[in-house]
Design a protein. Sequence first.
Length: 296
Amino acid sequence: MAEIIQKDGTWTFDGETLRLTPGRDKNVGLLRRTLGELALPLEALAGVSLEQGKKSGRLRLRLRDGADPLLHATGGRLTEPHDPYQLTVESDRYGVAEYFTEEVRTALLLEQIPSGPVTGYLLPGPPLPLSVSAGDGTVSFDGERVRLEWNWKTEDAKAAAGPRTLAVADLEGVDWQPAAGLENGHLRFLVRHAPTKVPAKYDPNAVELWGFKKDPLMALVAAAVQARLPHPSTPAAPALEGPRAPETDRPAPPGPAEDDHDALLRRLRELGELHRSGILTDEEFTLAKQAVLKRM
């Protein structure tokens, strides 16, 4: 078990799951507080790093492409206080942070987790139901339907049509653009066979987000909807073909042909190299070697 506790939050790793719990510090962003604790399976991780500064540093997690609907929906545009995959570390806790980093890296090596993209989401997305008000409207999502309701600031042409309900089955994508400076952003739902270039201000399938109010919670709605759409790597299925089951890209358990004497000898050599290079401790090497020898 590896754990690091900071004002910014607490990260705990048990060898299989990495739990990220936001702290109560005033610098923790609204999105992180609302999202709450995240449980990341080891298979979702591509790497971890520690950046050290004079007064404080930062732990950063890198997830495999396509593992998290939140990262896909936001496209790397979450600002620092709202990014759940960063943790501010005080300088006197660098030793703990280094140990934590090595524990995660060792587990990735031992489990032979690839760092490449996945073909199915490994995180479920934000919990439901969700209802967020921002800009010119309110968006609610129950897992099957998106409902858009307008407020007094909505453009007359858009408000005249009244509230709008969209079924997830009718959507082919979601587009979240955060406000930048005084420039407005939007959350737009892309309806199948109904492309549009109309500004969000006039689009009945979009909520306009004001540039002067930095409200990130519409990103959670975008992620929740994205989690229920076909994975970006999934090819378009033929009309008569059912939906494809998502895959995780994690190596399958070795079959009889792979579990032979030569394969186990190669594994022993790999463990020896990891031990000599200092990646594995004496105890970790001994345990891993014993497990291989039992299979021989």
